[in-house]
Design a protein around this ligand. Structure first.
Ligand code: PGA
Length: 251
């Protein structure tokens, strides 16, 4: 089955000035990416500048997180309605957000529901920890994250599922320089797709990205791996040439 290929650069809490974010985003406009949906997820304070820098290009802007309510007394939070003017979509469920904000599967599902209802696209992150993999719980953890998370997204908001992609991000591989092997990624993604189907979702149609220490050197292996439709890239997305190599691997 041919699925959309997507590469997203997740800048996390970088860079530290808006001017630098603008300059970085400007540079990304020239990244050749025919056949690949290309996106950048800057920090929320830089969304507006990055959206401006990318206006008129087909490089998409994503938020790194979104709140589950539309508005109200939620100090420090950003709602999907606010993001609509600035972003094409939002990442939800990133393990660093789950860790720092205490998000569980139900809350991530609520965030995804809010984003989809507002018309945004969603990159839904999940993945097992090092300890869970060591205890051979990976498959069970992934199945649970699909069942209690992705499959708990409001079905009306999910509609045909065309605005969601899942990102398999093993926590032990994020920012460690120790990427999963392409075989590990393919095996995990097969488990995810099977559970999506079991939950009545279009497991074979939903794109699944791999994330966790993707580099210019290993991207081609992931692009060839069974079931991997793209990459969610952290550290390497801040480096223009390396990011371009990653994108090129998925073209
Ligand atoms: P990394 O981060 O590429 O720096 O490992 C990936 C991510 O957190 O999305």
């Amino acid at each position: 089955m041919s699925r959309r290929r997507t590469v997203i650069g997740n800048w996390k809490m970088n860079p530290t000035t808006i001017a630098e974010a603008f300059t970085l985003a400007r540079a990304r406009r020239g990244t050749p990416h025919q056949g690949v949906e290309l996106g950048i997820a800057p920090p929320s304070v830089a969304l507006s500048a990055v959206a401006g820098a990318l206006r008129g290009s087909d490089v998409l802007v994503f938020a790194q997180d979104v709140h589950w309510e539309e508005k109200g007394a939620y100090t420090g939070q950003v709602s999907a309605l606010m993001l609509r003017e600035l972003a094409h979509g939002a990442i939800v469920g990133h393990s660093e957000v789950r860790r720092d904000q205490g998000d569980d599967d139900a809350r991530v599902a609520a965030k995804a529901t809010a984003a989809l209802r507002a018309g945004l696209h969603v990159i839904y992150c999940l993945g097992e920890s090092y300890d869970q993999r060591e205890r051979r719980e990976t498959d069970a953890v992934l199945a649970r994250q699909v069942r209690d998370g992705v499959a708990a997204i409001d079905r009306g908001a999910l509609a045909d599922g065309e605005r969601i992609a899942v990102a398999y991000e093993p926590i032990w591989a994020i920012g460690t320089g120790e990427a999963a092997t392409p075989d590990q990624a393919a095996a995990a993604i097969a488990v995810l797709r099977a559970e999506l189907r079991r939950c009545g979702l279009e497991g074979d149609a939903i794109p699944v990205l791999y994330g966790g220490s993707v580099t210019g050197d290993n991207a081609a292996e992931f692009a060839r791996a069974e079931g991997v439709d793209g990459a969610l890239v952290g550290g390497a997305s801040l480096k223009q040439e390396e990011f371009a190599r990653i994108v090129a691997a998925f073209r």
